[in-house]
Design a protein around this ligand. Structure first.
Ligand SMILES: O=c1[nH]c(=O)c2[nH]c(=O)[nH]c2[nH]1
Length: 313
């Protein structure tokens, strides 16, 4: 049985969705603790699966939720949030609106990226209304079906990490095209993109207010970072980006029972050894794990996901 956003037309299967991407909204809550302002900036993408096939095949727009209306809804809901909400909660609020308000909409997919505005401190004192831009971004994706089936993922993007030692790469395939030397001493740099899925499977299971998504986000990010680096003095040896990625994914699933799976993307950002020579002077600069040429292209691309195997009990 075809769902309502797909149909058989002239012997073809037709599937469609529509939405609005990159709706930007900033929200200030002025009633924070100690009179402190809270500020967030979100970039929202909405995609709706809905029964509006007539618009495609019969030039009949009567079932269309205008993407302009979707954009406006972001501002309306931001206004309605009189108390601070996390980026995940805001995505759930939007998804709930689209799937309950419109009979035509069967599923809402909401993706949001939060811009990393961080409260500034002046002489060690947190400022009441001053913010500066940080680096990595908190992300979320919420998929909500009309029947209440829910998928919530949180993530981090652009988490740039580098360590100057405790990294190597040995024992890989060597053939006629291989020139990379084996090493137990190299720089390791990456920009982690992670997304992890929570166990909630229905709207009713997240309806209480003590969700703590932001705290969980910070905790997961800390485990990712701590596992990448190891203890402050000795660190932890990385035999490859692949192995480190897996340690990080395992640490998150080990620490957070409410997380059912995690996906990690960790480009290997290369810092090339600098050796300079000329005919006259064979050794102008000799690389001694000290002078590097930083690059961003090309880079290795390494990604994996780790999921709990669902018990059938
Ligand atoms: O950690 C690494 N994994 C690779 O797959 C790879 N390939 C490569 O050239 N260097 C590295 N390093």
């Amino acid at each position: 049985m075809a769902t309502k956003h797909e149909e058989q037309i002239d012997g073809f299967k037709f599937e469609q969705r529509h939405g609005k991407e990159r709706v930007r909204v900033g929200r200030v809550w002025r009633s924070g603790e100690n009179g402190r302002h809270v500020f967030v900036e979100w970039n929202v993408s909405i995609s709706l699966l809905s029964d509006c096939i007539n618009a495609y095949v019969r030039a009949d727009n009567s079932d269309i939720v205008a993407t302009d209306t979707m954009k406006n809804t972001v501002y309306v809901k931001a206004k309605e949030c009189s108390e601070q909400v996390s980026v995940e909660e805001f995505a759930i609020i939007l998804a709930k609106h689209f799937t309950t308000f419109y009979q035509q909409v069967t599923t809402a997919i909401i993706k949001i990226v939060e811009k990393p505005w961080e409260r500034i401190s002046i002489d060690g004192q947190p400022h009441d209304h001053g913010f500066k831009l940080g680096s990595e971004r908190h992300t979320t994706e919420v998929i909500l079906n009309k029947n209440g089936a829910l998928r919530v993922t949180s993530g981090v993007d652009g988490l740039a990490l580098l360590k100057t030692t405790q990294s190597g790469f040995e024992g890989f395939i060597r053939d006629q095209n291989t020139i990379l030397p084996e090493t137990r001493e190299r720089m390791l740099a990456t920009e982690v993109s992670a997304s992890w899925r929570y166990y909630f499977e229905s709207l009713s299971s997240v309806s209480n207010k003590s969700l703590g998504f932001t705290e969980k986000y910070l905790n997961v990010k800390k485990v990712l970072v701590d596992t990448f680096f190891g203890p402050p003095k000795e660190g932890v040896y990385s035999p490859s980006v692949q192995a480190t990625l897996n340690y990080m994914a395992k640490a998150v699933l080990g620490r957070f029972p409410e997380v059912s799976s995690i996906q990690l993307r960790m480009p290997n950002i290369h810092f090339l050894p600098v050796n300079l020579s000329s005919k006259a002077n064979p050794v102008i600069v000799k690389f001694e794990d000290d002078v590097y040429l930083p690059t961003d292209e090309p880079h290795g691309s390494i990604e994996a996901s780790l999921s709990r195997i669902q018990s059938k009990m």
